[in-house]
Write a protein that binds this ligand. Structure first.
Ligand SMILES: Cc1ncc(COP(=O)(O)O)c(C=O)c1O
Length: 412
């Protein structure tokens, strides 16, 4: 096949540097991918496919970093959004979709009695630590080393201009390591307000790791004993593993749960939800944003959650994700390449053995992108419900070619 070219993408990217620092910032820059082998700008999408500004078509396994669960341009979600849009989006007060969605979240997510809405995941992870601090009257927050919880000052992984003081009361332990968790807890004995955890470990540039039973039990027991809140950051996994939340899926007794991304199939909305006991404390939090109240994403979220349930999307992506993971393992093995394919099937990731700098991964993913398969070399992937068996077969065909090329270039 003729390999994709990205002439227009890179012309636009070059021009964008004049108007925007780095042209594109954050993880969506082609600099974070395999530079030169990926497009910079996307023009349109439908189902599991996207088309870039040069007209190249891809099966998209990044799903806008997880928002696309049901497929792009999903007819039911978009119809609900459009119906609200016909009535207008942003009002001086919340729309009449506010209460129905609050009820839907409380009725759907396990172990929550109330919720608040924001736009991005970062809005609600920041909200959650504030709530834990008010409720417990303590200040320290524990995070797993390498976990991502958003771009706000207290948790952003790097970036200049943020005084160290912003992170003074944030302390780190090793995910899945009970002894290390106990060590950090004992160093901050009596002052820990909450632990924030991703449901499983899905850090960038790492194999994914499911939480061990020992770790889940220890988190649950220690929180009871020491009186800190368990905050589950379900922004990335939420509505992918279990409609009732990933805390339920893995067994964490969460006090506060955060969702975003897939909850509205790409419309901008996030939610923090918690137990009844925390509601009084929540009344003292300053939490708002101009666009927090716009109606269209609420309508989309209502339709999206209903459709995930009605269509059995979670079970479906588990099956197709399993096919993809098995296919990649078999294809790699047939080519004599050693890979590690990890994570739940709804959001798999693949790394190469003996590839500490991710050079093989960047090469493999770049070759796949130039053949119409959009993986990511550094970040876990996502499977959407619009993906069909034929798409997986096409993906594995391309992957086989790319495994051979990777072996030729780097050896086994
Ligand atoms: C686990 C997790 N938490 C929080 C966030 C932050 O969400 P947002 O980028 O919408 O602010 C992300 C985003 O990727 C995430 O994956």
């Amino acid at each position: 096949m003729k390999l994709y070219e990205f002439t227009k993408s890179y012309q636009l990217f070059e021009e964008a540097q004049k108007y925007v620092p780095n042209g594109i910032y954050g993880p969506r820059t082609p600099a974070f991918l395999t530079f030169g082998s990926y497009p910079a700008f996307i023009q349109r999408g439908e189902g599991c496919r996207i088309w870039d500004v040069d007209g190249n078509e891809y099966i998209d396994y990044m799903c806008s970093f997880g928002t696309n669960l049901l497929g792009l341009k999903h007819p039911k979600v978009d119809a609900a959004a459009k119906a609200q849009w016909e009535k207008a989006d942003c009002f001086t007060l919340p729309s009449d979709q506010w209460l129905p969605l609050a009820k839907k979240i409380v009725g759907t997510v396990n172990g929550v009695d109330w919720c608040v809405f924001g736009k991005n995941g970062s809005d609600v992870t920041s909200y959650a630590i504030t709530l834990a601090r008010i409720f417990t009257g303590k200040r320290d927050i524990l995070l797993a080393q390498g976990s991502y919880h958003g771009s706000h000052f207290w948790c952003q992984p790097h970036g200049q201009g943020v005084p160290e003081e912003w992170k003074t009361h944030v302390h780190y332990f090793e995910y899945n390591n009970v002894n290390d968790l106990k060590r950090v807890l004992s160093e901050h004995s009596g002052t820990v307000a909450g632990i924030m955890l991703t449901p499983h470990r899905h850090d960038a540039m790492k194999d994914q790791e499911l939480p061990s039973k020992e770790f889940v039990d220890a988190v649950n027991e220690l929180s009871q004993k020491d009186g800190f809140m368990i905050i589950v950051d379900d922004i990335r996994c939420g509505f992918r593993l279990d409609l009732a939340g990933s805390s339920k899926h893995y067994g964490f007794n969460a006090d506060i749960q955060c969702f975003g991304k897939a909850m509205a199939n790409g419309y901008a909305i996030s939610v923090a939800a918690a137990r009844e006991e925390l509601k009084e404390s929540a009344k003292n939090i300053f939490f708002t944003g101009t666009h927090f109240f716009s109606g269209v994403p609420f309508a989309a979220a209502l339709a999206c959650i209903d459709e995930i349930q009605a269509s059995g999307a979670i079970e479906y992506i588990r099956k197709t994700g399993t096919m993809l993971m098995d296919g990649l393992r078999q294809s790699a093995s047939a080519c004599g390449v050693s890979v590690s394919v990890t994570g739940p099937p709804a959001m798999p990731y693949m790394t190469f053995s003996n590839d500490p700098l991710f050079e093989m991964n960047r090469f493999f993913c770049g070759q796949a992108a130039r053949r119409g398969i959009f993986f990511h070399p550094h970040h876990n992937w996502f499977v959407c419900a619009a993906l069909k068996e034929s798409d997986i077969l096409q993906t594995i065909d391309v992957a086989s070619v790319c495994f051979k090329l990777t072996k030729e270039k780097f050896g086994g």
